[in-house]
Design a protein around this ligand. Structure first.
Ligand SMILES: Nc1ncnc2c1ncn2[C@@H]1O[C@H](COP(=O)(O)OP(=O)(O)OP(=O)(O)O)[C@@H](O)[C@H]1O
Ligand SMILES: [Mg+2]
Length: 255
């Protein structure tokens, strides 16, 4: 089975979905076979890749609520090496459907383990909370990637997040490791952003990834064109950054 990476931060708007889409596309460009999994009822990843979370019938929801649904049957093709398990809006009702009990946090893991999908990477996008969907992501994965927006308030939340993840690690998934903290939405030329980045370097000396994702309009525009930034603006700053991130993630996996 490939590497399973969950991208999580309970703070909203820090670049989780942007990271999943573009890191996935960059890994695929490097020849890796990648499965993206959208666990967010908002369906931003799904919509940004051109699928409609309001009308899809076989989605992550199907996978999490029905035992006999095959993993392959919910996949949507993005390109040769990139496929998506889409979200649907009914994911918001998952707690009601299967109960918020932590035993239900193992459903995604079971689905991935029993899938016969040949993939080098599974990248999981999660909603901005630590509810049952995020728990499913944290239990299914071996590696956690935490995007952090380069602002003071966003940075302050990271310690709390890592404490909550530590509890999930101890109780539900002792195999989970921190792949890294990723600085996102970095405003080039901003003194505040620079200071926050320095503080992240001091706080997470061995955990802060060396790739920094700068704020770049191309990254924000690509989903409206139903593309990743790698095809939308291949020469942009953020396309380059996500390629460097993909190379770094591949290197970090060779322990
Ligand atoms: N590097 C970037 N440059 C410019 N805009 C960006 C960048 N990364 C993300 N954005 C924009 O910032 C907003 C939040 O990003 P994104 O949706 O990836 O965050 P998120 O953490 O997934 O949010 P949520 O918690 O709501 O799921 C989006 O409008 C996105 O297009
Ligand atoms: Mg998101």
């Amino acid at each position: 089975m490939g590497r399973v990476i969950v991208v999580a931060n309970q703070k909203g708007g820090v670049g989780k979905t942007t990271t999943v889409a573009n890191l996935g596309a960059a890994l695929a460009e490097l020849g890796q076979r990648v499965v993206l999994i959208d666990l967010d009822p908002q369906g931003s990843l799904t919509a940004g890749l051109g699928f409609d979370p309001y009308s899809l019938t076989r989605t992550a929801y199907t996978l999490l609520t029905r035992e006999r649904v095959s993993f392959g049957s919910v996949l949507r093709t993005v390109n040769d090496r990139l496929v998506l398990v889409p979200a649907s809006v009914d994911l918001a009702l998952l707690d009601v459907e299967i109960g918020a009990d932590t035993q239900h946090a193992f459903r995604l893991r079971a689905a991935i383990e029993s899938s016969r999908v040949a993939a080098d990477f599974f990248l999981i996008d999660t909603p901005p909370n630590l509810g049952l969907l995020t728990a499913n992501g944290l239990v299914a994965a071996r590696e956690l990637l935490v995007p952090v927006q380069c602002t003071y308030l966003a940075m302050r939340g990271v310690r709390g997040l890592l404490e909550s993840v530590g509890r999930i690690h101890d109780r539900l998934n002792p195999e989970l490791e921190l792949l890294g903290v990723l600085a996102t939405l970095y405003k080039a030329g901003s003194e505040h952003a620079y200071e926050v980045l320095e503080e992240l370097r001091v706080t997470f000396p061995s955990r802060l990834l060396s790739t920094v994702i700068e704020e770049d309009d191309a990254a924000a525009q690509a989903p409206a064109a139903h593309q990743t930034v790698l095809t939308y603006r291949p020469q942009s700053e953020s396309a380059g950054a996500f390629k460097r991130l993909a190379a770094e993630v591949i290197r970090n996996g060779r322990h």
